[in-house]
Design a protein around this ligand. Structure first.
Ligand code: NI
Length: 433
């Protein structure tokens, strides 16, 4: 199918941060084939979208999360991280069934699509169900089975990962790619990471890991190995592989140099880091070194939504305030982080920018609204003023997944009902124990 989006303003999110006024965008099948000045077209398009008064941007790439944790949204808030994990999250997660993960993921996908997210990067378990949900929804996904290197599931997790990557990598018309997901240096000791690397050599997929999220973690690794978590990963040889590291909150100058040197991709999760009281990642210092920094929401249990507009705003405001410097993380940098740089962080080279040859993963935003008038600076609008309800259309691979707030591929009402019921059952079982 061929679609023309006519006379629209485009935030390209390309390296030059170009904004194009009065542009036409042509989509042929799953790809963008033209982005340029409005012109007269001789050919017939199956679909023409009037772009006047609208803003077209790349769909957001959520660079780190645990989708099914939507079932635990608002279950345990305003408590310390270790209590949150050990007393609240882990006991409920231990009872999660395949179907729970499926419906929790569906709830996350419904929320993400409505909020303009077109790709999500996920680490969890029962990943076949996550992949099935993504395939049905039509969203793009980069999926890894979370691995813990101690305990009974250490080796079976590797086996499962292998099967998962082999089966799903490149499936759903190429919308699903896979990674290996060793959870973190404090749950995956060096000898286990060796096994992960052996598997990585075999499969060739990137590695997704949590790194230096909390001060406790850094202290624990230092006490055990005498080096920081980043240095430890470097010593094991893991950083020679393609690596996406989530959080990176507590880094030394040397750690940051290592991340730059080894081209480690970072997922910044400002909302989750703030809510769990973990701290503030040194993003301006990473960017200065040329590190690729994408943006993620993390799971809904520590955010508590999966709204990339809000995450972008947080990323743009947080570093200004904490360092008392309003020039840090400009609107264009925040947009790049949520789109182009997140795509790079997820090792995807065909999304995150509106350009000919890229996949048609796009969002269309209504500009004629009180909070978006006047339009002096549309990139600033997208970061500082826009709301998810402004998003009129969301497209992945050239297919419309959401139009005027209505999901086209999913039964929203049923998803809400299923997720609601399952979440209640999980929590009730917790209270009975
Ligand atoms: Ni996480």
């Amino acid at each position: 199918m061929k679609t023309l989006i006519r006379d629209v303003t485009v935030i390209t999110a390309n390296e030059r941060n170009q904004v194009l006024e009065h542009a036409d965008v042509v989509i042929d099948g799953t790809e963008i084939t033209y982005v340029g000045p409005t012109t007269t077209w001789d050919e017939n398009f199956q679909q023409t979208i009037n772009g006047v008064g609208k803003l077209l941007a790349p769909g957001f790439v959520n660079a780190h999360g645990h989708a099914a944790m939507t079932l635990l949204r608002s279950y345990a808030d305003d408590v310390p991280l270790m209590y949150w994990l050990e007393k609240k999250i882990y006991p409920v997660e231990a009872r999660l069934k395949r179907e729970d993960v499926y419906w929790g993921t569906m709830l996350a996908i419904a929320e993400m699509i409505k909020g303009g997210t077109t790709t999500f990067v996920d680490m969890y378990f029962f990943m076949d169900q996550v992949a099935e949900a993504a395939e049905e929804a039509g969203i793009r996904a980069v999926l890894s089975r979370g691995l813990v290197g101690v305990g009974p599931e250490a080796d079976s997790g590797l086996e499962e990962s292998k099967e998962f990557c082999r089966y799903w990598h490149g499936r759903a018309e190429g919308r699903i790619t896979t990674m290996l997901g060793p959870h973190a240096p404090y749950t995956c000791p060096p000898d286990y990471l060796q096994k992960v690397m052996t598997l990585q050599d075999e499969l060739g997929v990137p590695v997704h890991i949590h790194l230096s999220e909390t001060l406790d973690e850094v202290e624990q690794i230092k006490a055990e190995y005498g080096v920081t978590p980043t240095k430890l990963l470097q010593k094991t040889g893991l950083l020679k592989r393609p690596v996406l590291a989530a959080h990176c909150v507590h880094l030394t100058e040397e750690d940051m140099d290592i991340l730059a040197e080894e081209d480690v991709r970072v997922a910044h999760n400002p909302g989750s880091n703030l809510k769990l009281g973990s701290g503030i990642a040194p993003v301006p210092d990473l960017l200065k070194r040329g590190v690729t920094v994408g943006l993620g929401t993390d799971g809904a249990a520590s955010n508590n939504n999966l709204d990339m507009l809000e995450e972008m705003r947080l990323a743009a405001l947080l570093h200004k305030g904490s360092r008392m410097d309003p020039t840090l993380i400009s609107a264009s940098e925040a947009i790049a982080m949520a789109t182009r740089e997140s795509a790079k962080a997820a090792f995807l080279d065909n999304v995150g920018v509106v350009a000919s040859g890229m996949k048609a993963d796009l969002i269309l935003i209504k500009l004629k609204q009180p909070h978006l008038v006047p339009q002096h600076d549309l990139m600033a609008h997208l970061v500082y003023a826009a709301q998810p309800s402004d998003i009129q259309m969301v497209m992945v691979d050239g297919k419309i997944l959401c139009q005027d707030g209505k999901l086209t591929t999913l039964d929203e009402e049923n998803i809400i009902e299923q997720a609601q019921q399952r979440a209640i059952n999980l929590v009730q079982a917790d209270e009975n124990e």
